[in-house]
Design a protein around this ligand. Structure first.
Ligand code: HAM
Length: 425
């Protein structure tokens, strides 16, 4: 059926996050924020859209994300803009623009837009939390960044995930290797899958990551970058592996791990969930990008970071039956059968004192209000009838246990909340 029939729906590949799922999102973000701050990262917000060149230059025009998936548009002033397909290039653009002191450590939570074929765990608007550490090439920073992602997954309760690590070399060692791989693949061109039969010439590295039988056969004995690293890259990689081992993090070396952005140098890594379907099992990934700041017009500045897909991580939590969050229930539900003005004022006071309270609206019957109170999950009802109204009091009735009800002067109730932070009786 055409999307134009019937009332409008969220666009294909996008989704709404409704309660109670939104409470889980909030809890996940709070957990990530707390952890990232502990590692010295501070939050950065950048615009959702950028000059399209930020991504064309930063990520690479031949990459899938920019070449095929980016949402690009011309605004009313004739500017070429793009919706952010990922977080890194935007943070680096902001870094170049503002030149904060280094080391500079940013964390972010952001929607990302990619025109992909939507399926479970793959969306056209997905959301990431991530970090970027700019200004140092010390391999210990690589270890910290990877550890942060690892600890985040652990603190969500996940255990069925694995980490793969590789090195993409640098401008010293990679060009010669890429040439070598290109010639190697040219001799096996007939084996390559349709997608890579010609495209391998532009970026032969991508073939290593292709899961199609032809490409797998063509690359079975292909030379690997890890064997061609220059001495500084080899030492860097060695120190990262040592650091991960010292942190007790189990990292699998994967020579074929080639991530889809051109900016990567040296360390690259990916976390996969064993509880998710193969094609969409990456719950996070990242790497070093020591040339990106320069590419976007800044001074030579190394960097490393990661992005973690919020939807994917929550799917992994579901699959592992972890990180279940109850939607918070009100502490109290105010029931007023005297017209509503007393409920209006009491609710306002209690909220001002920091409590989550609810009430009914529209002068409903006592029975209807009790039903609503019960449905809300509140622990108690604060009842105001004509007698209570006359005496400026409330009757407290427990909704979740058998405690006997009691009547309290509103003044005393509020005083109690102000000193203890709760309603006690
Ligand atoms: P990425 O691997 O493209 O890396 O995305 C990071 C994570 O976002 C993935 O591991 C996955 O969990 C999630 N993700 C990506 N695309 C989708 C999608 N279409 N639907 C649902 N989830 C998705 C980056 O974006 C880099 N900026 C990471 C990075 C930061 N590298 C260095 N710093």
């Amino acid at each position: 059926m055409s999307e134009e029939h019937g009332p409008p729906r969220a666009p294909t590949g996008t989704h709404d996050v409704m309660p109670p799922e939104s409470s889980r999102w909030e809890a996940l973000l709070a957990l990530f924020a707390e952890l990232a701050e502990r590692y010295g990262f501070h939050m950065v917000h950048t615009p959702l859209f950028e000059d399209a060149r930020v991504f064309q230059r930063g990520i690479g025009a031949t990459s899938e994300v920019v070449g095929k998936e980016m949402y690009e548009f011309t605004d009313r002033g004739g500017r070429q803009l793009a919706l952010r397909p990922e977080g890194t290039a935007s943070i680096v653009r902001a870094f170049v623009q503002h030149r904060p002191a280094v080391p500079f450590r940013a964390w972010y939570a952001t929607p990302s837009f990619r025109y992909e074929r939507p399926q479970a765990g793959r969306y056209r608007q997905h959301h990431q939390v991530g970090v970027e550490a700019l200004g140092t090439e010390d391999p210990d920073v690589d270890v910290e960044v990877i550890s942060l992602a690892q600890r985040f997954f652990e603190s969500l309760g996940l255990s069925r995930f694995s980490l793969r690590v590789n090195s993409m070399g640098d401008q010293e060692c990679r060009p010669a290797y890429v040439e070598q791989l290109r010639s190697y693949l040219a001799e096996r061109q007939s084996l390559l899958c349709d997608e890579h039969a010609e495209r391998f010439k532009d970026n032969p590295l991508r073939v290593l990551d292709c899961k199609k039988p032809g490409c797998l056969a063509a690359t079975e004995d292909a030379p690997m970058l890890i064997d061609s690293l220059c001495e500084p890259c080899r030492r860097h990689h060695q120190r990262v592996l040592e650091g991960l081992a010292a942190a007790g993090i189990d990292a699998g070396a994967d020579d074929r791990l080639v991530r889809g952005f051109d900016y990567y140098t040296r360390t690259t890594f990916e976390f996969a969930s064993g509880a998710l379907e193969g094609a969409q099992n990456a719950i996070g990934g990242g790497g070093r990008y020591d040339g990106l700041v320069e590419l976007l017009g800044g001074p030579p500045t190394p960097g490393i970071g990661f992005g973690i897909g919020i939807e994917r991580v929550l799917l992994a939590c579901d699959a592992e039956a972890q990180f279940a969050i109850d939607q918070p229930s009100p502490v109290a539900f105010v029931i007023d059968v005297t017209g509503g003005a007393a409920a209006r004022d009491l609710v306002a006071e209690l909220r001002r004192l920091g409590l989550y309270v609810e009430r009914s609206y529209g002068d409903r019957s006592l029975k209807a209000q009790f039903k609503a109170a019960d449905r809300s999950g509140a622990r108690m009802a604060l009842l105001i009838g004509s007698e209570e109204l006359a005496q400026e009091s409330v009757t407290i009735r427990a909704l979740r246990d058998e405690r006997p009800q009691t009547t309290l002067a509103i003044r005393d109730l509020l005083e109690g909340v102000a000193t203890t932070g709760e309603i006690t009786w």
